[in-house]
Write a protein that binds this ligand. Structure first.
Ligand SMILES: *Cc1c(COP(=O)(O)O)cnc(C)c1O
Length: 377
């Protein structure tokens, strides 16, 4: 591909950090770089605690453990998301209750939320799709009133805001991803953001294989031992070296992505209006995180033809989530056709355009020229 869908990004400062780490001979998790990443995130977001994890998937699994999710519990999850949003809770025996997305932002449809709550509902997992905030005021109000925990899957939304507040600071817990495809990355990595004090101590223990190792190292207890369930969720320090270099460049990365997003938007607005194509919708009260750019075509056939048109010209455009409620596993868990009509419709028509930190305006111009050519304009 001349213009791939994604290209991993190097700030140029990763090597210097790695050399420092090689000298320190400190590679296991929760070393100096892991701490520095956590403090950077905590300072940036103003959240109580950021715990670096091996992935967003693992941060979600930690959230399920922290909430004591067990067999028979119900968790309200979008069908239009990555499998881990749901799997983390299914692993604990929960039944996913799939909620549809809003046709404008493609986010968790807060207007359907309350009708899906039952006596068994324990948690709701809004995903800030494309880094545009879900309607968190309404979601939090309903969740608080009905005693349902909110975990934000903020894999797309680091540096995005909802009504002036950072995404990831609005639920009791929130998760981040530093996978290679995300705005800030270290290949594989993530974080659990703890926003409520009652989860702080246990979050640390679950992440440290069920031990009170953290308290031991702070000198709060004189030996460390097995105190709870847990697993190995700590990010290694070498990956944290890489991550720190990227976190330190967050401002310039976001500025760059904003410029790319706006270039696509300006260049495709007229075509979209003329052809009746959809473009991303960002409500005025949301500051998006510029995670992706997509086009909403009219049909699956049109999208497939456009993907092939671009592929022939060496441009990588891709579709996104396949509805989880219609997946093999989702159907086994009770998903059925017609359950989430908006998801079923838009997942067939959405096309993501190449979008990565090092993309250039001339490359975008080529992508857009080919899209114009496809529509004969
Ligand atoms: C990428 C992603 C994840 C998983 O992140 P990993 O760090 O790869 O585990 C979870 N949820 C959403 C919405 C994602 O986009």
């Amino acid at each position: 591909m001349d213009i791939p869908f994604n290209k991993p990004y190097l700030t140029g400062r990763e090597t210097e950090g790695l050399e420092r780490a090689f000298k320190n001979l400190r590679f296991a998790g929760d070393g100096p770089f892991t701490h520095e990443c956590a403090r950077t995130l905590e300072k940036f977001l103003g959240c109580r605690r950021a715990l670096l994890t091996t992935s967003c998937t693992h941060a979600l699994e930690m959230a399920a453990l922290l909430l004591d999710i067990k067999a028979g519990d119900e968790v309200i999850v979008p069908s239009f998301t990555f499998v881990s949003t749901v799997n983390a809770f299914v692993l604990r025996g929960a039944t996913p209750v799939f909620i549809d997305v809003r046709p404008d932002t493609l986010n968790f449809d807060e207007r359907q939320f309350e009708s899906l709550i039952t006596a068994r509902t324990r948690a709701a997992i809004p995903v800030h799709y494309a880094g545009v905030g879900c309607e968190m005021d309404s979601i939090s109000e309903i969740a608080d009133r009905r005693g349902v925990a909110v975990v934000e899957d903020n894999a797309h939304g680091l540096a995005g805001k909802y009504r002036g507040k950072w995404l990831g600071t609005l639920g009791s817990l929130a998760t981040l991803s530093f996978h290679e495809t995300k705005n800030i990355s270290c290949g594989e990595g993530g974080a659990l953001l703890v926003n409520r004090p009652e989860f702080m101590q246990r979050a640390e223990i679950i992440r440290e294989k069920g031990t009170n190792r953290g308290r031991f190292f702070r000198g709060e207890v004189d030996k460390y031992t097995w105190v709870d369930v847990g697993s190995s969720f700590v990010l290694g320090d070498l990956l944290a070296v890489f991550l720190l270099a990227q976190l330190e460049e967050m401002e310039s990365v976001q500025a760059r992505r904003r410029a790319l997003w706006e270039h696509y938007f300006a260049g495709l607005r007229d075509l979209a209006a003329k052809q009746g194509l959809g473009l991303p919708v960002v409500p005025a009260h949301c500051e998006q995180a510029y995670h992706m750019f997509y086009l909403m075509t009219h049909s699956l056939a049109e999208r497939t033809a456009l993907i092939n048109h671009l592929k022939k010209r060496s441009i990588g455009a891709v579709f996104h989530y396949v509805p989880l409620h219609l997946s093999e596993m989702g159907m086994r868990l009770g998903g059925r056709p017609g359950q989430c009509p908006v998801t079923e419709d838009i997942s067939d028509r959405l096309l993501r355009l190449p979008f990565f930190n090092a993309l250039t305006h001339p490359e975008q111009d080529r992508v857009m020229a080919e899209i114009h050519a496809f529509y004969g304009t």
